[in-house]
Design a protein around this ligand. Structure first.
Ligand SMILES: C[S@@+](CC[C@H](N)C(=O)[O-])C[C@H]1O[C@@H](n2cnc3c(N)ncnc32)[C@H](O)[C@@H]1O
Ligand code: SF4
Length: 384
């Protein structure tokens, strides 16, 4: 393994906001119901201060780089005030520069009590919104335990656009309990017609440690799921959306932040349970912050609960697991630049996958074929 040079690897920043008004029964993210359904100004300020202290401990990992993109995820990050973000960004920028055209995404929930006016977030420098809609169908919203109505969701997209956000992602889930093909398609149509410039379209998965895992709601048959997938894809394509990653559809630019994850770029990570990845001359490291908000606040700055170097033998799989999610794959040169390994060492595996017509790999680019995307898991097994 040769020495790595992080300078040419983009460095993003993930910020985790761990609270929600209510915990949804299908969700296994690190999110916790906020006491009394409202985040107090005291708790907000205490958490923001802890984030700054956390960031300070990570500045050395930047190794001279500026911040390429920021993603504020949750939880429900829109429970934090726009003013709070202004306070936070001022302090983060005093410690590390943000690139001039830095993409800053905020995950926002559509409920009226779940966000400040969108114009206020735009005014403090957030330039991309990601709205957690999930469905526009009142019955499905109720079954999913969401606190927003269908109208809240439609209004939120329009309000975001009217406030001046040119980039509005809508998160939708499909394959919901008892969902028909028509209902799933209607959800996509409403998002498209109301101005979503990007759609993240996820099939619902039943995760351990969730209420849905215990109650096992009845999900649509496999045949219905396949039809939803096929028809949804056809509808989005016909309406000018480009599928650039397994679940990501864009009508404008790709999400710079998510693209950096998939291109095996680096990211600092602050906030309860946040995961980061950084390249150092001697290897690629992953780290994680303590998960529970109360523990994160009890010891400031929070420690890294794990800082682990990825073993050289694990790097080919780790790299491919990210890169091959992208429809266009990645530049072949990224492999050596971001793992410190030579692509030639994989020649035999690449050739076998090429012969099976699952992979396109030459001196320029590594990508799955259409068939390779369908059988992504077996393609990835080759790199284990
Ligand atoms: C980290 S969540 C936070 C977004 C925001 N709090 C919300 O729910 O409105 C990001 C997205 O993951 C998706 N998601 C969450 N749980 C899921 C599950 N069990 N299966 C599929 N997608 C899921 C949802 O679309 C959600 O909007
Ligand atoms: S609002 Fe989002 S993050 Fe919070 S519990 Fe529901 S799905 Fe999870």
């Amino acid at each position: 393994m040769s020495l790595l040079n992080p300078v040419n690897i983009p460095l993003s920043l993930y910020i985790h906001m761990p609270w929600c008004v209510r915990k949804c029964p299908y969700c296994d993210f690190n999110s916790h119901a906020v006491p009394d359904g409202q985040l107090s100004m005291d708790l907000e300020q205490q958490y923001l201060e802890a984030l700054v202290a956390d960031f300070e401990t990570q500045v050395e990992m930047a190794q001279g780089r500026s911040i390429h993109s920021v993603f504020i995820g949750g939880g429900t990050p829109s429970l934090i005030s726009a003013q709070g973000y202004q306070w936070l960004f001022d302090r983060l920028k005093a410690r590390l520069d943000f690139e001039d055209d830095c993409e800053i995404t905020l995950e926002a929930n559509p409920g009226t009590v779940e966000h400040d006016p969108f114009a206020d977030y735009l005014a403090v420098g957030i330039n991309r919104l990601s709205l957690g809609v999930q469905s526009f169908d009142p019955e499905h919203l109720q079954r999913l335990g969401r606190i927003h109505s269908a109208n809240n969701a439609l209004d939120a997209i329009q309000q975001a656009r009217q406030a001046g956000f040119e980039r509005v992602n809508v998160d939708l889930m499909h394959g919901l309990p008892q969902q028909t093909e028509e209902q799933a398609l209607t959800d996509l149509k409403l998002a498209v017609e109301h101005g979503a410039t990007h759609i993240s379209w996820y099939q619902l998965t039943i995760e351990p440690n969730t209420v849905f895992f215990r109650t096992q709601p009845v999900l649509p048959q496999d045949e219905v799921l396949e039809h939803i997938q096929e028809q949804g894809e056809a509808y989005l394509k016909a309406n000018g959306y480009v599928n650039y990653e397994v679940s990501a559809w864009r009508k404008e630019k790709s999400s710079a932040h998510n693209l950096n994850y998939w291109q095996f770029g680096d990211y600092l990570a602050i906030g309860a349970g946040a995961h980061g990845k950084v390249t150092r001359p001697d290897g690629v490291y992953r780290f994680q912050k303590t998960r529970l908000p109360k523990d994160y606040l009890a010891k400031v700055p929070a420690e890294h609960v794990q800082m682990k170097r990825i073993e050289a033998e694990e790097l080919p799989f780790e790299f491919m697991m990210n890169a091959l999610r992208l429809n266009e794959g990645v530049a072949a040169a990224f492999y050596a630049q971001r793992t410190g390994l030579e692509l030639d060492e994989l020649n035999q595996k690449l050739m076998q996958l090429r012969e099976k017509k699952l992979l396109i790999a030459d001196s320029q680019r590594i990508a799955c074929t259409e068939q390779g995307h369908i059988f992504l898991n077996s393609v990835l097994e080759a790199f284990l």
